[in-house]
Design a protein. Structure first.
Length: 145
C-alpha cells in the first residue's frame, strides 16, 4: 500500500480513537509529508474541521509554488468545502482512499484540472461503513444532511 495513503488511514484511526469521525488526510510535497490531519468536528466542536481542512491548518502557510507541487491524500472523497480549498490553493493532485460511502465533487475537480485518483481501498471503506452504521446521526451532521 502507498505509504502516504497509510499515513492518512493512521490519521483517520486517530480521529476515531479520539471519539471523532474516521477520516484522515496528509499533504505531500516532493515525496515528504508536510502536514497531516483528521476530522475534528466532534473533538473541537468545529463546523469546518474536516480532515482536509485540519490538514491544511496543520500544514501552515505555503507558497503558491509549493501548493502546485503538492498531492493531497484523503481517506474519503473531499466534500464541496474541502474541494474548494484544493482549488483555491491550486493543488494539482488528490488521492482518495475510497468514494463509495461518500462521493464529493470529483468531476468538478477534474473539470478544473485536478488529477483525482480513486484507490478503492478496503480499509478506508470499512472504517466509514462501520462508523456510519454505528453513528448515522453524527455522519449525517458531518455531511450536512
Amino acid at each position: 500500500m502507498d505509504k502516504f495513503l497509510q499515513a492518512a488511514i493512521d490519521e483517520a484511526k486517530s480521529g476515531l480513537n479520539d471519539g471523532g469521525i474516521p477520516i484522515g488526510s496528509v499533504m505531500v510535497i516532493d515525496g515528504k509529508i508536510v502536514g497531516r490531519g483528521h476530522n475534528q468536528r466532534v473533538q473541537k466542536g468545529s463546523s469546518v474541521l474536516h480532515a482536509e481542512m485540519d490538514c491544511f491548518e496543520n500544514t501552515g502557510r505555503l507558497t503558491a509554488s509549493e501548493y502546485r507541487r503538492a498531492t493531497l491524500y484523503s481517506t474519503l472523497s473531499p466534500c464541496d468545502m474541502c474541494s474548494g480549498a484544493i482549488l483555491l490553493y491550486g493543488i494539482p493532485k488528490v488521492v482518495v482512499g475510497e468514494n463509495t460511502t461518500f462521493s464529493g465533487p470529483e468531476a468538478y475537480l477534474r473539470s478544473r484540472g485536478v488529477e483525482v485518483v480513486i484507490e478503492n481501498n478496503e480499509e478506508c471503506r470499512q472504517l466509514m461503513e462501520n462508523f456510519i452504521r454505528k453513528q448515522p446521526e453524527l455522519w449525517n451532521e458531518d455531511i450536512g444532511d
